[in-house]
Structures are given as structure tokens and as C-alpha cells.
Design a protein around this ligand. Structure first.
Ligand code: GTP
Ligand code: MG
Length: 150
């Protein structure tokens, strides 16, 4: 099993889409093992998006992501990183397929509702920025034998 970091961005929270996003993850069969609402401090945002530091949209991105509360999650499942990226859809909602979160719920690359880790290395790094080990809950979910063929 893999763990990935998922976040409902400030626009998703303001638009009342927390439940919609969480619901899509749950319905897929993914397991939420940590979740919290927080307002991201500027420094934390710059660390989280460090790979984009030199991009022309970096300041706008940091200002967007710190503009209001977010809901941060750790999501677990078989191949969870690619599974969640596929559910989220392409970065630009204009190109994101219908059926994906961004394809169904967003209009603008600078307001694309969710974040999801793009690799095992990013997942590990991002989870550690937002959560301490004792905030991640280890539990069995009753539907596991119905979601996965053992
Ligand atoms: P995240 O899950 O948020 O990391 O999105 P992503 O992995 O699909 O895209 P990427 O990591 O390349 O970019 C991070 C975020 O920066 C995107 O989700 C957008 O919100 C924003 N972003 C990326 N490219 C652009 C751009 O060209 N213009 C603007 N305004 N924002 C951008
Ligand atoms: Mg990214």
C-alpha cells in the first residue's frame, strides 16, 4: 500500500467542496488515515511548493494557497499516488477530463480546487510537512476485502 498527500485548496473550502472531494476519494475505495483543517503559513507554503520557486506564478501560487483554510489529508491505498492523481485530473481544469475533480469542478489553473502528490518522493516529503507520525492513524477498514482481491 502507498500513502499520498491530498489537500482541498482554499477555493475548494470556500466553494463548499470539502465533502465532494472527500466523498470521491471514499467512493473510489481509498482510505483516509489523517485529516485536518489549517491555514498554511507563508513559509510552509514556500516549502511545500519549493519545486516551483523559480516559476513566474510562484508568488501568485503562495498567495492563493495561503488565502484561506485548507483541508489536508493522508490517503492510503494500493497505488494510491497514481490513483489519486487520475481522480484529480490535469493541472489545468480547461484540459482536465470530465469525471475528474478538476474536470468537473474547476475552471482556472490558478483555482484548481485540489492538490495531490505526484510521486512517492513528493508524497513522503509533503506528508512530513503537514503531519507528524502520531497524527496518522493505523486502522483496518471493514470493506477492505471487498475493495481488493486478496
Ligand atoms: P498540485 O497538485 O497543486 O501540485 O498541482 P499539479 O501537480 O497538477 O501542478 P504543478 O505541481 O505543476 O503546479 C502546482 C500548482 O501551481 C498548480 O496546481 C496550479 O495551482 C499552479 N500552477 C501551475 N502552473 C501554473 C501556471 O502556469 N499559472 C498559474 N497561475 N498557476 C499555475
Ligand atoms: Mg504538483
Amino acid at each position: 500500500v502507498e500513502r499520498t498527500f491530498v489537500m482541498v485548496k482554499p477555493d475548494g473550502v470556500q466553494r463548499g467542496l470539502i465533502g465532494e472531494v472527500v466523498s470521491r476519494l471514499e467512493r473510489k475505495g481509498l482510505k483516509i488515515v489523517a485529516m485536518k483543517m489549517l491555514r498554511i503559513p507563508k513559509e510552509m507554503a514556500e516549502t511545500h511548493y519549493a519545486e516551483h520557486r523559480e516559476k513566474p506564478f510562484f508568488n501568485a501560487l503562495v498567495s492563493y494557497i495561503t488565502s484561506g483554510p485548507v483541508v489536508a489529508m493522508v490517503v492510503e491505498g494500493k497505488s494510491a499516488i497514481s490513483v489519486v492523481r487520475n481522480l484529480v485530473g490535469k493541472t489545468n481544469p480547461v484540459e482536465a477530463e470530465p469525471g475528474t475533480i478538476r474536470g468537473d469542478l474547476a475552471m482556472d489553473i490558478g483555482r484548481n480546487v485540489v492538490h495531490a502528490s505526484d510521486s512517492p518522493e513528493s508524497a513522503k516529503r509533503e506528508i512530513s510537512i503537514f503531519f507528524s507520525d502520531d497524527e496518522i492513524v493505523d486502522y483496518a477498514k471493514v470493506d477492505e476485502d471487498w475493495v481488493y482481491e486478496r
